[in-house]
Design a binder for this molecule. Structure first.
Ligand SMILES: Cc1ncc(COP(=O)(O)O)c(C=O)c1O
Length: 383
């Protein structure tokens, strides 16, 4: 794995990362790669660039892209997806937004995990969709709790699998239980599977599509393939008709919305030819996580558990500490940036923790983790 050029990152890596922090600071913040992506991406994009022409692509996504996404899910995620059900989107974030816009209206209620990545709540809030939070637990999602949250206005159960920021991966059995429950209640499942290429368990990842044919899937190439800046993701609709209806209602069919052809070409190459690269990256991220988990648990104050998936790690601190002040002081005094477990990032359930992202080199992992541990060991007793 080759580290991305540091100067390049300092100029180009935004979203609370290298381009946003002072020289000498380490940002273990937004979930993005500090290592180079598969060389197949550059080679394939270069070949396309030879024509020096950029015609409109197919509105709902290039055929090769849709076929590749379908194959990826069928071969590696135990799903049965037809290319016609795939829609190329401008990022996974936009995929969430479009699925919500298509399925929900103002005043509808949806069930979302607590904690979970802010985008799943933010996209709902912007449409005045009401958010009800269920606790994301290490042993799955508690149906009795879901039962208590459902009302006649509830329309969807939203799951994030693998889960950001806790790293849990739902097993096929857990998904079946959730699927049966949702069917019984007449709810649609929306499954954010943007992290599904990064799993550390023996068992391979199972998509919601393996157990629920009505579910909608959100997917993207920012986490598993390092293509965050290319803004490329996908929606997988339950069937071709629903995909076409969404494409029509959200402006894809009339060229108002859509994903860049260059990004789709890069994504197709990454999946088709760069899966081996992703596997190497996943091993690196796993080692980084293991190193961090071991170091934090040796401090007097911090605890964490090895994630089953993702390259992010939730680190818990004593409940008497103020999360925001802790994170601010670590920036100012240890030059280390983390994402504080605040409601605005993950929901109320994240209080008492912070999240770090470790899609980086072993050196940066060691240095970043060591800065956090030393700072906490020095000042922890005074907080
Ligand atoms: C759960 C989850 N969904 C969606 C996204 C957005 O991904 P993208 O940047 O590909 O839009 C993220 C990014 O961190 C995420 O963690």
């Amino acid at each position: 794995m080759k580290a991305t050029d540091k100067n390049f990152l300092s100029e180009n890596a935004f979203n609370m990362r290298w381009a946003n922090v002072e020289e000498g600071h380490i940002p273990l913040t937004a979930a993005d790669w500090d290592i180079e992506v598969s060389s197949a991406v550059r080679e394939t994009v270069n070949a396309y660039l030879q024509f020096n022409s950029f015609p409109y692509g197919n509105n709902s996504g290039m055929d090769a892209f849709k076929k590749t996404i379908a194959n990826h899910f069928n071969q590696r995620k135990n799903a049965v997806v037809n290319p016609e059900e795939v829609l190329a989107t401008n990022s996974a974030a936009k995929a969430i937004d479009d699925v919500y816009s298509f399925l929900l209206k103002e005043g509808d209620e949806i069930l979302i995990a607590d904690p979970v990545d802010f985008l799943l709540a933010e996209c709902a809030r912007r449409k005045n969709v009401i958010i009800k939070r269920y606790q994301q637990r290490s042993n799955g999602i508690d149906l009795a709790e879901l039962d208590r949250l459902v009302t006649s206005n509830t329309k969807a159960l939203v799951i994030c699998n693998p889960h950001n920021p806790l790293g849990y991966v739902l097993s096929k059995k857990q998904l079946e239980t959730l699927s049966n429950w949702a069917n019984e209640k007449g709810l649609v499942i929306i499954s954010d599977e943007v992290w599904s290429d990064i799993v550390h368990t023996e068992e391979s990842f199972t998509s919601i599509r393996a157990v629920n044919s009505n579910a909608w899937i959100v997917y993207g190439l920012s986490k598993g393939f390092g293509l965050a800046g290319l803004r490329i993701g996908a929606i997988i609709a339950p069937n071709e008709k629903q995909a076409a209806l969404l494409a029509d209602s959200q402006g894809y069919a009339r060229t108002i919305e859509g994903a860049s052809t260059l990004s789709q070409i890069a994504a197709t190459a990454a999946i088709e030819k760069g899966w081996g690269h992703t596997q190497e990256a996943v091993s690196l991220f796993k080692k980084n996580l293991e190193q961090a988990v071991s170091a934090f648990n040796k401090t007097d104050f911090l605890t964490c558990e090895m994630p089953q998936g993702t390259f992010v790690l939730t680190v818990r601190h004593p409940s008497t500490w103020n999360t925001e002040i802790l994170c601010e002081r670590m920036v100012n005094e240890a030059k280390i940036h983390v994402v504080p477990g605040l409601e605005k990032w993950f929901g109320p359930g994240a209080i008492g923790s912070f999240r770090i992202s470790l899609a980086t080199t072993p050196d940066i992992t060691s240095e970043g983790v060591s800065r956090i541990c030393s700072w906490v060991n020095t000042y922890g007793s005074t907080l």
